[in-house]
Design a protein around this ligand. Structure first.
Ligand SMILES: C[S@@+](CC[C@H](N)C(=O)[O-])C[C@H]1O[C@@H](n2cnc3c(N)ncnc32)[C@H](O)[C@@H]1O
Length: 313
């Protein structure tokens, strides 16, 4: 019994080490998520001003930092922290041509132990980090340590509601919900991350000693035919989100093994999960292959997120 438990622990540790986010997916998803009107709101919520010192923890390619950078201007500084060098390198490439590139720095480090001085930042933010880690409270405390007195700690995180709604196949929506719930359960068991963390965050922020905690919701609603979205951007997003490129490369094989294990731990057989994904892929494929059909389609991809922030006393 004891050895089974320690075997499971070392397996999950090995899996954690190998979980890697695709830079293509991150860039495609965030581009659709942060439409200009939401960026204005984000600036208000995060109280963005020139000359600020900002840290983006678990920054990935630094998409959020790149949104904030123009607002803090040339006299400000943004430091992105992530442990994945591949994502950071992609971020460096994306910023190279920007005017703010000299003020944005990419640093490889662990979010639990940031190499930043205490009380350095006016704003310490993260996006989709706390939902992916085992000990979110420790990271919020670390974010608060780096923040100045009266500075802001902020997080953009999911509440666990997401669906691709196909108006001509409502049953598929139900099947997706079933597989999504299994994935959420499995992710928690296998990797210790809580993809539904959003509404729990105000409590965790208060536990970390932050005050004046504020919470706002953001329901992303990606209607494919909506003229504000480019067909090319939608197709890239769908390709990176719903289709794994068939490949014999070890990385891809490991990624799908981890997915299978996640569904199993959540109580759904990998075959059933695969069957549902297959059905979804069959519906999406003709759209991804033909941008005109995609832009005529009334499919809706929807995700609910929150933006939480609190002040350091
Ligand atoms: C879902 S991605 C979000 C990336 C980025 N914040 C965004 O929204 O585009 C989660 C990120 O957290 C990073 N991450 C997870 N655990 C970490 C840790 N302990 N230390 C540093 N980075 C971590 C991953 O490498 C990944 O880049």
């Amino acid at each position: 019994m004891h050895s089974n438990r320690s075997d499971f622990r070392s397996l999950t540790q090995e899996i954690e080490r190998r979980v890697r986010w695709s830079p293509e997916y991150i860039e495609a998803d965030r581009k659709l998520m942060w439409r200009p009107e939401f960026v204005k709101l984000l600036y208000t919520y995060l109280d963005i001003r020139p000359k600020m010192h900002v840290a983006d923890i678990g920054s990935g390619t630094g998409f959020l930092a790149r949104i904030v950078a123009p607002g803090i201007g040339r006299m400000g500084d943004i430091i992105c922290i992530d442990h994945d060098t591949r994502l950071l390198a992609r971020g460096v490439k994306a910023t190279r041509k920007e005017r703010f590139s000299k003020n944005l720095h990419m640093v490889q480090a662990n979010a639990y132990n940031c190499p930043l001085p205490t009380s350095w930042a006016d704003l310490v933010m993260c996006q989709f980090l706390l939902s992916n880690v085992k000990h979110p409270l420790s990271i919020i405390r670390e974010m608060a340590r780096v923040t100045k007195r009266r500075g802001l700690v902020a997080a953009v995180e999911p509440v666990g509601i997401q669906i691709l709604f196909d108006p001509s196949h409502v049953r598929l929506t139900e099947l997706q919900r079933k597989s999504w719930n299994a994935y959420v359960r499995g992710y928690r068991k296998l990797l210790g991350g809580d993809i539904t963390i959003g509404l729990r965050l105000p409590h965790l922020f208060m536990e970390a000693g932050l005050s004046k905690v504020e919470l706002d919701g953001y329901l992303e609603t990606l209607l494919f035919s909506d003229p504000r979205y480019q067909g090319r951007d939608l197709a890239t997003f769908l390709r990176t989100r719903f289709f794994e490129r068939p490949s014999k490369r070890t990385k891809t094989k490991i990624a799908s093994m981890i997915k299978d294990l996640t569904y199993s731990c959540g109580g759904m057989s990998p075959n059933e999960a695969l069957r549902i994904q297959g059905k979804l892929a069959d519906r999406l494929k003709p759209l991804v292959e033909n941008t005109r059909s995609l832009k005529r389609s009334s499919f809706v991809f929807s995700v609910a997120r929150v933006i939480v922030r609190g002040r350091k006393q």
